[in-house]
Every structure is written in C-alpha cells, then in structure tokens.
Design a protein around this ligand. Structure first.
Ligand SMILES: *Cc1c(COP(=O)(O)O)cnc(C)c1O
Length: 233
C-alpha cells in the first residue's frame, strides 16, 4: 500500500462520528431500545480548535470535558457564537474551590461524589442563580485511586444531595476498572439508579459503549472513537 492510497488515509472526524452513530443505533436496535434514547457525549478534552470545528460541523451538540479551566478556554468563546443547543458536561473530578466556575459553565456535572462537594455546588448555584443538573459518580470497582462515591455510600449521598441540599440529581455515572469486564459495573449502576428512581445513566466509553447500551446507558462518553488517539494534555 502506498502512502497516498485512499485506504491509508485516516478517517475524518465526520466519518468517525457517522460510524459511532451507526453503531449506537445498531446497539439500541439489538437491545430493543429506541436509538433516540441514547445521547452521544463527545469527549473533547485535549482536542485542537480544528478538531472542534470539524465535529461541530457535523451537528454534534453534547460535549464532555474533564477540567474546568481547559473547558472554559475551549467553550466560552464558542458558547456565545455557535450552537444553540450546545450542552457541556463535566466528566472529570471537581474541586470545591472550582464549584462556582463549574456552575457557570456546565449544563450538567456528572462527578458529584461527596457531601462537601454537594454543599459547595448548592452554595454556588445559589450565588450564581444557575443550577446545573447533576449525576452522582459511583466508584463501582472501589478503586482507591479513582474518584466516585463507594457503592455502599451512594444511597446516603444521593439522599443528602436531594434532601439536605435541594440539588437536582438526575442520574448516575461510572468508569469501570480498565482491566475488567465492564458489564457487572454497568448493571450495578443501573440497579442503583432504579432503586432511586433516577433516569440518567452515563456509562460506556470508546471501548465499551455498545455493552453499556445493552445495560441501559442513556449517555455514552466517547472520545478516541470520534477524534482518534488523544494528544496528551
Ligand atoms: C476521557 C474520558 C472518556 C473518553 O474516553 P475514550 O476511551 O477516549 O472514549 C470518557 N469518560 C471519561 C470520564 C473520560 O475521562
């Protein structure tokens, strides 16, 4: 194969988006679910302005970011000019001292994982007059280095967020251990959400979003499969 042959050209972002959307729809059909019941969150952390322009041009409107400051730089200038319907979701750990900035920028914060952060978000929402929807992140594998509330403390956190701090918790999020079958983790999250009457399940990444859809994911967070391998931040 010569370097100029078409087969050696990496797929464009538009082609990757189309393929992921096709696979999401197929996974939904295989699971007897409506394809419209799964939202594709494009994980845009570390991506260049060119890559962001390219994916916005496909009509993609929902984005996930890991870091508040990086997301401000990428999205504040675009937020006003571009897409109505743009939705920004924080999917990385949040420090309490960044709560105000996070409340200002994000439509959804997926990483509520401790009561102190619930309090900080409630105070920030009051101060700014803006209340992002929230997901509680659950550390389903109880990994010491990973963010997220431990499964046996999740009930208490969900109740405290709703009752003590009057926050809108709409669902749960998890990142299963990298080296394990994700299915039991997805099922644990789904069962926990069901017990609390929560409708949103953010689970599944590039390597396992079809499995997550089979287990009930309503939001899949996909980076590499859309943009190619990430630049290191
Ligand atoms: C980076 C990241 C993703 C996307 O991972 P890919 O494997 O590139 O799809 C999803 N969720 C979270 C929380 C992330 O940090």
């Amino acid at each position: 194969m010569t370097p100029s042959s078409p087969a050696s050209v990496p797929p464009s972002i538009a082609e990757r988006v189309a393929e992921v959307r096709t696979r999401i729809a197929a996974a939904c059909r295989a699971a007897g679910r409506d394809p419209a019941s799964v939202v594709l969150t494009a994980v845009s952390k570390t991506q260049t302005p060119e890559a962001i322009d390219a994916i916005l041009a496909t009509g993609q409107q929902v984005y996930g970011e890991n870091r508040v400051q990086e997301a401000q730089g990428r999205w504040i200038p675009r937020r006003s000019e571009s897409a109505k319907g743009l939705e920004l979701r924080l999917i990385g750990p949040l420090q309490t001292n960044k709560a105000v900035e996070a409340v200002d920028l994000f439509d959804v914060i997926e990483t509520l994982d401790r009561e102190r952060l619930a309090r900080a978000l409630a105070e920030a929402a009051m101060r700014r007059g803006r209340s992002p929807r929230l997901l509680v992140q659950v550390n389903t594998g109880a990994e010491p280095q990973k963010a997220g509330v431990l499964p046996d403390q999740a009930d208490a956190l969900i109740r405290a967020a709703r009752d003590a701090y009057d926050l809108t918790v709409e669902g749960l999020m998890c990142i299963p251990p990298a080296d394990q079958d994700p299915t039991p983790h997805f099922v644990l999250l789904r069962d926990l959400a069901e017990r609390h009457g929560l409708s949103v399940l953010s689970m599944g990444m590039s390597g396992d979003y079809e499995t997550a859809i089979r287990c009930g994911a309503t939001h899949v967070r996909v980076g590499t499969a859309l943009f190619g391998e990430r630049n290191r931040p």
